[in-house]
Each structure stands twice: as structure tokens, then as C-alpha cells.
Design a protein around this ligand. Sequence first.
Ligand code: SAH
Length: 282
Amino acid sequence: MTHANLPAHDWPVLEPGWVWLCGAGPGDPGLLTLHALNALRQADVVIYDALVQEQILDWAPQAQHIYAGKRGGKPSAKQRDISLHLVELARAGKRVLRLKGGDPFVFGRGGEEAQTLVQHDVPIRIIPGITAGIGGLAYAGVPVTHRDVNQSVTFVTGHDQSGNTPGSLDWNSISKGSQVIVIYMGMKHIAQIAGKLLAAGRPATEPVAVVTTATTDAQDVLETTLGTIVDDIAQAGLEPPAVICVGQAVLMRQVLDWQSMASGELPRNLDPLGRGRPAESA
Ligand code: SAH
């Protein structure tokens, strides 16, 4: 099918009674996918979270916009209400778009919502999005993998369902086995998390980047170390949402901070790892 304002392609049709669970990316509306745009154009109702930039709703002027934000890690009773609300809207014959920050299946409870919908026989489609731990760091000039730095990356959440540091995480193993660690929802418990990584042997000099409201106009980046992160966050007055990246990948920002370069600054260091020029071939 051809869609108004989208080039010819077999664009899926959002049928009445369906729910599409869709990632909105980390903030910048340009980081929406074309499937997200196609969904926004067709929805009767858009249910969106706190982390979805309101500008994005301008792509769905025809739809009813419902805010379903949870702030400060409030518990899951509310989550159940949201899922059941989606079921009700679908059963009422609406074309429902559930819009979530980043990627719906990355620390976003998209899996839980999808599960409830399937259990209630509501047909669904999943539209992935750019997750903050990858796209947000890219906007800060931090590549989550780089051949000279890491062959693996670990994504962790800084708090579990109870709002505490996840007890199920083996911080010792993460510290020893993960070259680069990307922490979501880590601000509240950063002192504990940094303490656990240090206790497990990560050096106090380990580079860390804290990127708040990544990809939006209010993006802020703090470069610090595991040993100084707590004081530096307090001193800079940084607030969530933030992704926190621990590891040598952070040093690449000295050469890849493309936003500062776009505003006229020179790279701080063309060879931050001190390994000479990158090899030409694999
Ligand atoms: N599904 C989302 C994550 C939801 S959990 C995703 O894939 O990105 C919420 C956490 O995501 C926040 O506490 C923060 O750690 C991170 N986050 C989401 N958007 C962000 C942004 N624009 N800047 C920094 N961190 C962000």
C-alpha cells in the first residue's frame, strides 16, 4: 500500500482493534523509525510515556493523546492499569499506538505489556526503537563498541521492580567480565553501583560518561571516573534520565565528540587510546 507522505513501500496498516507497541527513540524526533511515523499517521489513540518528547505527538494530530507516564519508578499496579487500558481501547475498536521511550523491549516493560495483550487475544505489532544506551551515547560521541576497546558490552538497570539496586545482578561478575557497562536508571543508586564495581576491582581511574536527556536540546554530558562520579554528579547538579557508560569507550569521546566539533571545537585528542592510527582493514 502507498501512504500519503511516505514513499511507496508495503507499509503495514494499523487496523482497528490492534495495538502497536512502538519505540520512540531517546528524544530527538529524527530518531523515530519510518514504521513509527507510519504508525503515528494512522493511530486513533496514542498512549505515551514520560520519556517520549511531546513534539513527536505532532506527527499524530488526528489522534487522541493519552499520557501514561510513571515517574520515579512507581510500582507495577499502575503498569497493570496501563496494559488493561490498552486492552480496553483495542476492544473498543481503536487503532492503538503505544509509544515508549527508546526501544520498547529494552528496560521498558514492553514485554510485559505485549504479554498482557496477547493473553487477552489482542493482536499486536512490535516496532523497535533506538535505545538510549546506544543512540544516546552516540550523540555524546561514545561508541558502545570500538574494535580497539571492546568486543562486548553489558546493559544493566540500576534498579529493579522494588526500586532498589537489582539484587539479582552479580556485580562482581559484571565488573570482571564486562569491558564496557552501560547503566540505565542508575542515578538514584550510583553511589552503591560505583562502590560495587570498585570493590570488585575496577580501578578508580576508570573513565565514565554520564549523559542526561540525551539527543534532546537539553543534553548534558559529564566525563568523570568511577572514583569521582558521585561527587561530580552532585557538583554538576545532574538529574535523570541519564545513561551511564563505564569503560575505555568513554575515552573515544575525546576524538568523536561530533556535537562540539560541529560548533567549532577541535578534537581534544586524535588518538585517545594511544594506539596510533586505526588499521585500514580487518
Ligand atoms: N526503553 C528505554 C529505556 C527505558 S528505562 C530505552 O530503550 O532507551 C528509562 C531509562 O532509560 C532512564 O532512566 C535512562 O537511564 C534511560 N534513558 C531513556 N531516555 C534517555 C535519554 N534521552 N537520555 C538519557 N537516558 C535516557
